[in-house]
Design a protein around this ligand. Sequence first.
Ligand code: CS2
Length: 492
Amino acid sequence: MSGRERLSSLDGIRAPVRLPAYRPSDHGVGIVHIGCGAFHRAHQAVYTDDALAQHGGDWRIRGISLRGLDVADALNPQHGLYTLLERDGEGTKARIIGSIAGVIAAARGREAALAALAAPAIRIVSLTVTEKAYGIDRSSGAVMPSHPAIAHDLANPRSPEGALGYIVEALRLRREAGLPAFTVLCCDNLPENGKLIRSGTLDYARRIDPDLARWIEANASFPSTMVDRITPAASERTLVDAEALTGFSDHAAIETEPFSQWVIEDDFVAGRPTWEIGGALLVKDVAPYENMKLRMLNGTHSLIAYAGFLSGYRYVRDAMASPGLTRLVRRHFDAAAATLQPLEGINLRSYAEDLGRRFENPAIAHETYQIAMDGTEKLPQRLLVPAVSALLDGQNIASFAFAAASWMRYCLGRDDQGESYALRDPREEDIRTALSAASDDATAISRALHGLDNLFPDELMASTDWRRAVEMRLERMLRFGMLKTIEDEAAS
Ligand code: CS2
């Protein structure tokens, strides 16, 4: 870092940098957000910044980091201020966001985190903690007692470590203090995320205190949301550019694309900011939007991540410069779109064209390896559930099978040059065990990975067409390498 002064107030920052059109310190905190990483800072915090500028209110955000100290240490000395860079081929625009009031690192202050959640002024608790952090079984909606955070919290409910543990303990404290409950707003990429976290929260609470569970059921709400903004992890370059544009050193700067979308089920027990000011769509049913985004954007992203990473493409934009892979990307948009119900006001063809342009954005360095992470958590909603729907409707399953085979090839942990890499998946151990018992031919690998508990839907397991389609592609990947398989697949 240079010797420039650290960003900590709005003084001295000049146009064209955009500043909050309100005085942050005039507004109290009404939201606690758990998981204050780059995505939250590029998305919900920006909508809240817009709402504060237009309608004011005590809606600033107090962040909680469940793990790590970095975000708190970067944001707190800056009084929560940070630079948001919006990048595309035309250039980079800088904006200072003022909606975050500060961040509590739970690792350093569990009591402070619980006190923040139980504060009378809190009306919404939102979350971006990644799919794997909840510990909820997707098919039953119950918590998984073997999940590390759930296991810990069930044994020590008053000193939680996980997201559900914090929420339920905070609600217990509120009930005990005679305070109202809050709205729990899940902003992770999970289908029907509100319903899922509601059932997980209630199941967890029932295991501790059935009375409390009934109170939560009657008093809290859990709207579903669809969130979208491509936000790579910040890099050294992000910080350098933020400093050049604002004149201040900023340890919490982030970068993102110009596009942003937020669809929210309008079900809040204690009010909400006017997020529609920033373009959020408040609707009755989020599920169709969520499916569209998970299947078309995220499903294709995962395909690009596995096939692209194994072809040596470090960034999504590089993968999009490969003619073979872009053909497969477009084929996947079509295959995913064919599994969706029509959605009023949305033309899936132009949605796909926009996605293609967003993936190509030359100014966004989004690592394929970052997206490849946590495959077992992402595959079902992005690729496997739509594959079932394609299969049952007699549609072409080739693209889903290609993506699943790419994931399997990735699970081997070494590329075509023999370089190894870490899988970074919560079920890494299961994957390794399953593979170590299998011989190294495509049929055995596919059988071993299809056999992982609770991952592939029964309809796929039972379909010879599906299994053959996957195995055949995996076999080519192993024999000819990923680049050649992509070429052949794109030509077919
Ligand atoms: C990506 C998402 O890392 C991933 O798995 O697919 O983070 C994606 O960039 C966002 O959902 C876009 O809104």
